[in-house]
Design a protein around this ligand. Structure first.
Ligand code: ZN
Length: 676
């Protein structure tokens, strides 16, 4: 076959893939898969694992092997041609996936096999249970009239969610403020003034133009000495897409939010749940709404006193600068000044200690000690860019267990941010022995000249984070792709390995291994580590309470929804603030109207997951602290109960097996510098 996307090679042929290969390959596979699924349905009378599940897995695999390199290249070496082919295929694939999830014949075969229990081992039973749950949650079991309503609601919800974020975006874009006197921009870093100048030039105007884009909004709130400007900007930003503030009411999301909550509630009830919060928990680690609420309230109680102290410190500080009372638009500004005066440490002081090769090799060194694996650099592999490196991982017996690409530097045509993605997962059957392959992608500042790139500490932390996802994917021992590695892991637990890894970047023993001053040849000194830690924990209790406020609010508007009373969105928000807040925003604040995470993203009744996973990861790391971070027994325990197990058991059980008890919040509080 001429099309490299259809070749069955172990690794993608990145150097041979052209954008013209994309659509023909994907269309061919989708067509073949549809035909094979149809044949399977007609042929199979008695489904078994071998005659039904494995062939379907095989079809998924074909599609993944072609699609994964395409979507990866679209993100890291984007071109107009790749993008248009990618977008065209994306629609076709999503149609195919929807067809699959609504195929009643497939559903019946899975159900039949599950209930027959024929020769199924526990992992196979788990795979089938998760598949059946997904079918159920897509409404397949409903009687016809309800199914119709369910589909209609789903469609409506998807339109309303898009409209919600469109309103936020359009409303933000419409607002701008022209500045004609440079004096009004005093206090701002030059780069921000330049950005405002550039905005004006793009519109062929004199002076400076300020917008609500984050790269302008945040620095202005932090640095602008102009209090009136901060106030005006704060109000414009925090009333976006609402019924208040300076914006056009055509962007008002009030009705959309009400409708979204109502429809979500209806969907949940159609599926037999009391409310949407319960539906959201159906596939999560948290077992009940009470558990989530109790968790958030515990964190609140432990953080509140310190948050009040932090606020008092800030108020006193502002007084010394002549400000009697702090308003919402003063908070970031004085915090930044206080931080600079008492806690800040410049990232340029830290950077020379983290040359890239020292960090990467140090990280491998730590991982090989903790998890008894070996990393090896491999040449002669096809790559999408010359900067990309490729490695293999072997176990203690020298057997290959996984491979990964490492693409560290920012460059043109590469999507920003950092992430771990997968080419293939582990899949072992009597006929196949496929090992995991991952892509780990970052956007660090590239090396200057021949020197090694120097990373700042945030970048080091990001690398460890993404590598944690990578280890979860690669060190798995589960043979069934849908529950191997990160697959099948509850959403509120999937960040456990990644955030766990971040803790190494704050541990003095580990820091000695990953740091070395590129000129002075010495690891990062202890005083500097202490300083970094103090800067990290500056106002950490206030930050904790803010996240809890968002989480509780999100959870309660979904849990307490009552069709007779409507959403009561700001009423509930006020109640939440009574419980959690130390800082109360002004009456005009309409933050919920632009809370896209929950109204148009995937976080509805799930925002708590951020804190939940932090608690798990801190608690997990605390055992390493207790026993020594290189303790092989503890490493083995984490490997065997978490990393190797993927989604093969409930996350709560896996955690308990590792830690010997349920998770507790104290380690996170300790790492955040919240004293109790
Ligand atoms: Zn992550």
């Amino acid at each position: 076959m001429k099309n490299p996307l259809l070749n069955k090679t172990d690794l993608p042929e990145f150097e041979n893939i052209q954008s013209s290969h994309i659509e023909p390959a994907i269309e061919f596979i989708l067509q073949e898969n549809r035909k094979k699924i149809k044949d399977l349905i007609t042929e199979i009378k008695e489904p078994t694992w071998e005659n039904f599940v494995e062939p379907i897995d095989e079809l998924d695999e074909q599609l993944t092997r072609a699609w994964s390199p395409v979507s990866h290249m679209n993100s890291v070496v984007n071109s107009d041609d790749t993008r248009s082919a990618y977008n065209a295929c994306l629609q076709k694939i999503s149609k195919y996936i929807t067809e699959f999830s609504q195929n009643e014949d497939l559903y019946k075969l899975y159900k039949k096999l599950f209930h027959s229990g024929k020769n199924l081992n526990t992992h196979q039973t788990r795979v089938l249970k998760l598949i059946l749950d997904d079918f159920y949650l897509s409404g397949i079991d409903l009687p016809d009239d309800k199914k119709k309503l369910f589909k209609k609601n789903r469609q409506l919800l998807s339109e309303l969610s898009s409209k919600f974020s469109e309103n936020v975006l359009d409303c933000s874009n419409e607002w701008s403020k022209k500045i004609t006197d440079l004096k009004d921009l005093e206090g701002l870093p030059q780069s921000i003034v330049d950005l405002a100048k550039q905005n004006a030039q793009e519109k062929n105007e004199d002076g400076w133009i300020i917008t609500l884009d984050q790269p302008l909004y945040i620095p202005i709130m932090q640095y602008s000495d102009n209090r009136k400007l901060r106030e005006e900007l704060y109000i414009a930003y925090n009333t976006r897409a609402s019924n208040d503030g300076p914006h056009d009411r055509k962007f008002d999301n009030s009705q959309i939010m009400e409708q979204i909550l109502k429809l979500r509630h209806e969907q949940a009830q159609l599926l037999g749940f009391n409310n949407f919060a319960e539906l959201s928990l159906a596939k999560k680690m948290a077992s009940s709404a009470e558990e989530v609420l109790d968790f958030l309230l515990q964190l609140t109680q432990k953080s509140k006193l310190q948050a009040e102290r932090e606020l008092l410190e800030l108020r006193n500080f502002a007084k010394t600068l002549g400000l009697e009372s702090i308003e919402a638009w003063d908070f970031a500004y004085f915090s930044e000044k206080l931080k600079k005066e008492r806690y800040k440490i410049s990232s340029e002081e830290i950077r020379p200690f983290f040359p890239e090769d020292k960090v990467v090799l140090g990280m491998f060194h730590i991982m090989s000690k903790v998890f008894q694996v070996e990393f090896e650099s491999v040449d002669k592999v096809q790559k999408w860019h010359q900067d990309v490196k490729f490695f293999s991982i072997k176990n203690e017996n020298g057997e290959l267990i996984a491979q990964f690409y490492l693409d560290l530097y920012a460059r043109a045509k590469k999507q920003g941010g950092a992430w771990m993605d997968t080419f293939v997962g582990r899949r072992v059957t009597t006929k196949v022995n496929q090992l995991p392959v991952a892509y780990i992608t970052c956007n660090f500042s590239p090396p200057v000249g021949k020197n090694n790139a120097l990373l700042n500490h945030d970048e080091v932390e990001t690398l460890f984070h993404e590598f944690g996802h990578g280890l979860h994917h690669m060190l798995t021992k589960i043979n069934y792709p849908s529950i191997a590695g990160i697959n099948g892991v509850a959403w509120d637990a999937v960040e456990l390995p990644s955030q766990f890894m971040e803790n190494f970047c704050w541990n003095p023993e580990a820091l000695k291994i990953i740091s070395n001053h590129y000129l002075e040849n010495k690891p990062i000194p202890n005083e500097m580590i202490k300083k970094m830690e103090r800067a990290k924990n500056f106002q950490s209790a206030i930050a904790m309470l803010r996240q809890i406020e968002f989480s509780l609010f999100d959870f309660l508007i979904h849990k307490e929804f009552d069709p007779k009373m409507g959403g009561r969105i700001y009423e509930i928000l006020d109640q939440v603030r009574e419980q959690t807040a130390v800082i109360f925003p002004p009456e005009i604040n309409r933050f919920a109207h632009s809370f896209s995470h929950i109204f148009s993203g995937g976080y509805a009744a799930g925002y708590y997951s951020y804190k939940w996973a932090e608690v798990l990861s801190a608690d997990a790391f605390s055992l390493f602290e207790e026993k020594g971070i290189f303790d092989t027994d503890t490493g083995k325990l984490f490997l065997e109960n978490i990393l190797e197990m993927g989604g093969s058991s409930d996350a709560a059980d896996l955690f308990k097996n590792f830690r010997g008890r349920n998770p507790i919040i104290e380690p996170l509080l300790r790492y955040s510098g919240i004293s109790q």
